[in-house]
Structures are given as C-alpha cells and as structure tokens.
Design a protein around this ligand. Structure first.
Ligand code: ATP
Ligand code: MG
Length: 501
C-alpha cells in the first residue's frame, strides 16, 4: 500500500498542494481527477521524484520513504508516463534501446553491451503485453500511442509496482484507447497499481475502481466508483453543479463568410468543399487521422495548396503563410498546443497579446498599460488560473496552457475562427466556459469551424457538421438531426461502402 500524507507544495505565488492525502492499494486502478490547476500533476510529480522540496510524508507498506529524485522513485517501484511522452524517449534510438535504457546506461555492463540480450528482453516485455511493435524500429517512426506503449513496456521491465498515467488518452484514437485500457487491466491483474489522470470522466468510470478528487490544491475525498456518478464527481471537482454542458444561444445565421471549393493540398487533403456562414458553428467531425488537422492547417496557410481556392466574404485568396491568413481574417487554435499554440518560455501576457500586438502599438511604441489591461481581461474571461499575467506559461497546468492558446484569439478581429480540438485536456467546467465564449463570437456574427473527434461535443455545440474521412469531406449533416452513431459511421468510411453497394 502506498500512502501520501499531508503533502504540501508551494511555488512562488501558488500553493499547488495543501495538506493532500492520497492512498493506493496494490492491484487497483485509481483515478485522480480535478479541475485544471487542481494539483493532480504536481502530486504525481512528487510521487515520481520530480520535485525535491515538499512537505508531508510518503509511506510504502508503512515504511517512510523519501522521494527526492526519479531514481529513488524507481527504486520504490514508481514510474510515471507524462502526457508529453516525447520528452521521455530518445527518438533516434530503437524501441529495444529505449525500453532497456536503464540497463544500457547502468554502468554494470562495462565495455561490452549484450545487444542480443537487449533486443530479446525488450521483445519479451512487449510480447507479454500483447504488443506488436518491432523492437528494431526507431522510436521517431512510431505513432504517439506506440510511444506510450514503449514507455509502459519500460515500466514493466523495471518491475514497477505503481504506474502513473497523466492524461494518457488525450491524443489517442478510440481503438488506441481501448488497447491501452486492455493493457492497464492486464497490469492490474498482474498485481500492479495504476494511477490514471483524465478529464474524460466516462473513461474514468470505465476502468477505475476508486476515484480521488482534488480541488484547488486540496483533498476532497476518495470514493468507490460504484458509489459515484459522473454528475456527482463533476460536482465534487467544481464545487458546484454543472447545469448545462452545452450552453447554446440561438443566433441568426446570415451571409456566407468562408467558401472552400475543390480544395486539395499537402497532408492528404483531397477535394474538400465546405462553407461557413456568419453566426454559424460548423463542426468538422472525424477520427484521429481523418484529416481534420491537416485541413485546418492548410486553410490557415500552413502547407501547400495544390488545387482549389478559399473565398472569404466573396474575395478569393490562397494563404501561403499563417500571416497571410491572419491578414485576411482567419484565426486558428491549433491542436498541439505545446508545439504550435504557445511560446512556453514567455509570459501569459506576451502569449495572449502576441497575435493582436498592433492593437496596442502607437507608431512604433508598445503601450504597456493597454497590453496589461487586455491580458488581465482575457485571463478573467477565459478563466486562466495563474498568479499573475507575468507568470511563465511553462509554469501553468496543462489545461491552463490550453486556455491561453485559445484566449489569445478572442482578442482578435478575425471573421472566421478555426478551432482544432480546443478542449483537449480542459476540465468539464472550463469546457462549458469555452463553449460560451464561442457562442459570444457567433453572436457577433463571426463564423466558426470546430474540429473534434468527440462527437457529443460536435452534437452539443454545432449547427452543421462535415464528416471527414481519409482527407476528404464524405458527408454533410444537420447537427440537430444526427446522432453520435451516424457520425461514427461516416467517419469510419461508411459512405464509401454505400457508394460501392
Ligand atoms: N513549476 C511550477 N511553477 C509554478 N507554478 C506551478 C508549477 N507547476 C505547477 N504550478 C501551479 O500549480 C498548480 C497546480 O498545477 P498542476 O499542474 O498540478 O494542475 P493539474 O491538476 O495537473 O491541472 P491540469 O488538469 O490543467 O493538467 C497550478 O496553479 C499551476 O499553475
Ligand atoms: Mg496536469
């Protein structure tokens, strides 16, 4: 049994954890949930030895242990898989080398490395997990989910007893998530404990037997999943009931703003036709790999347009760069926030005001007061949890970084906003707030493209949906008249079967 008792952790200006208790038994799958910034990742980083300075005690089987670095954590059988899996792998080494990393750098091997043993052992770990990944493959050639599996394989090789997964499913497709859950259940049956962090509560209820809730750095309680419901856990996380997950006001839909005709380009985008009207939220539904992200990027001037044209308010244009697209009146909230949506080592203020900087400049002078005012306003509007607008983005929680990536565009004068999976990693309460902000945009007569692989979100939020499959739009539907099943059918290639039959 693992116990964390009265854990407190303070960062400059932030008390991330305040007297938190957390207990996990061997052989259980235990969820850790809470709103963005509640302290989930911080608590788990302490357990994984990533932070030295914390108050409180950690016990394994009633023996007090210290957790001052990752090596100590590993010795105690604790392994963490961070959401940014890339940071934990060496891309230009093989799968086998990555799984056996610690063995390789161990120092006990002296001059000679037994590569045969390394490959054999790594293959055994993957086989035991029922995973079909070639151990001689370079890690850089793997998909995200395969990379996760490699990290889990490494944890198993370490004989880890406690495996922490911090939002593992956010980037995964439905099948990949199923595969991950299969492995998690298997590990549990072998006696391992798995701590699972996720904002997708349906997943939590699917595989976890216990749930611990944190709120504002404090421990709310630990509950048996059997005795909880999704609504109850939302209430415990937010401290209030969530009345309406999809606050949607009716607005008039008017003239066409954006028209995309016979549009093809890099990334496999092939012959797409769509339009967006003023006041309208248009969904782009599709599975991971269906081409939504590629289309969004092309529209925003990233990649090469091979054929077709974009018209904004009747005026044709072909964006060559994102700057062209912004100039014409487009805005994009990209999917991979850490790589594309934000500057991690800059302040919240800089990030929020960068796309609209010319608004706060007079001749060549930046007006600091205006910049501050605008950023403080959007921090409030989007509900970003930060001690001040000067905080570095790198120090915000994952979900709050995402809110900055979204928030910066609410200051812009764009006509058409493209959101690519904007609520990934965002808690349920903040999701509703983001939907409300999108509602405000359409009320002002803007047009929205909203790409998502979460079909309940598409149904709750949008007016019309285009379903994408294999780089092209295969179906157009009225949101009110369709269902999740129908969206899934078309996004899995159903329309093609229809044509053939
Ligand atoms: N290195 C750091 N420096 C300063 N503040 C930090 C640091 N890491 C986390 N914080 C702050 O501690 C609080 C808890 O953050 P944490 O990342 O643990 O939240 P979380 O529950 O994982 O949220 P999310 O669901 O958004 O990932 C937040 O207010 C965050 O801004
Ligand atoms: Mg987190």
């Amino acid at each position: 049994m693992l116990k964390m008792k009265s854990i407190t952790k303070t960062f400059p200006g932030v008390k991330a954890l305040d007297n938190v208790d957390f207990e996990v038994e061997l052989g259980e799958i235990h969820a850790l949930i809470g709103a963005n910034g509640a302290g989930k990742s911080t608590l788990m980083k302490i357990l994984a030895g990533a932070y030295g300075g914390y108050e409180g005690d950690i016990f394994i089987d009633d023996n007090k242990i210290t957790m001052n670095n990752p090596i100590e954590a590993k010795h105690n059988g604790i392994v963490i898989v961070y959401q940014e899996v890339d940071t934990a792998l060496v891309p230009h080494l093989t799968v086998a080398e990555n799984i056996m990393m610690d063995y390789i750098v161990d120092g006990k091997n002296d001059v000679f490395m037994n590569w045969k043993y390394i490959r054999k052992q790594a293959k055994q770990e993957l086989d035991a997990l029922d995973l079909d990944i070639n151990v001689n493959c370079l890690v850089s050639d793997l998909t995200l989910s395969e990379k996760q599996m490699v990290l889990i394989g490494r944890a198993v090789f370490h004989k880890a007893k406690y495996l922490i997964l911090d939002e593992p499913t956010a980037p995964l497709s439905i099948e990949e998530t199923e595969k991950l859950f299969e492995i998690v259940r298997k590990l549990k049956n072998d006696g391992m404990s798995v701590i699972f962090i996720s904002h997708r509560l349906d997943e939590v209820f699917k595989i976890c037997e216990k749930i611990t809730v944190l709120k504002d750095g404090k421990y709310v309680g630990t509950f048996a999943t059997k005795e909880m419901t999704i609504d109850k856990s939302v209430e415990k996380m937010l401290g209030r009931k969530l009345e309406n997950s999809y606050p949607k006001i009716k607005v008039d839909i008017n003239e066409t703003l954006l028209e995309v005709k016979d549009f093809s380009g890099t990334g496999g985008v092939n012959n797409v036709n769509l339009n967006v009207r003023s006041g309208e939220i248009v969904g782009l539904a599709g599975l991971v790999g269906g081409g939504k992200t590629e289309l969004c990027k092309l529209l925003f001037g990233e990649g090469n347009i091979l054929q077709g044209e974009i018209k904004l308010k009747g005026k044709g244009f072909k964006p060559k760069t994102p700057a062209d697209a912004v100039q014409m009146g487009l805005a994009l909230v990209p999917e991979e926030r850490r790589k594309e949506g934000i500057l991690v080592n800059e302040s919240v203020e800089t990030n929020l005001t960068l796309p609209t900087l010319d608004k706060y400049c007079k001749r060549s002078f930046m007006q600091k007061g205006k910049i501050k005012k605008a950023s403080v306003e959007s921090i409030d509007k989007v509900g970003i949890k930060t001690p001040s607008e000067k905080q570095l983005i790198a120090n915000l929680s994952g979900g709050n970084q995402q809110k900055v990536a979204i928030g910066k565009w609410f200051l812009s004068d764009a006509e058409v906003f493209i959101f690519d999976e904007p609520t990934k990693g965002v808690d349920v309460g903040s999701k509703a707030e983001i939907y409300e902000l999108i509602g405000e945009l359409v009320a002002q007569g803007k047009g929205i493209i909203y790409a998502s692989c979460e079909f309940n979100e598409i149904l709750g939020l949008t007016d019309r949906v285009y379903v994408m499959y294999n780089g092209t739009v295969v179906k157009e539907l009225i949101s009110e008249e369709t269902t999740e099943e129908e969206l899934l059918y078309y996004s899995a290639g159903g329309a093609l079967n229809e044509k053939q039959n």
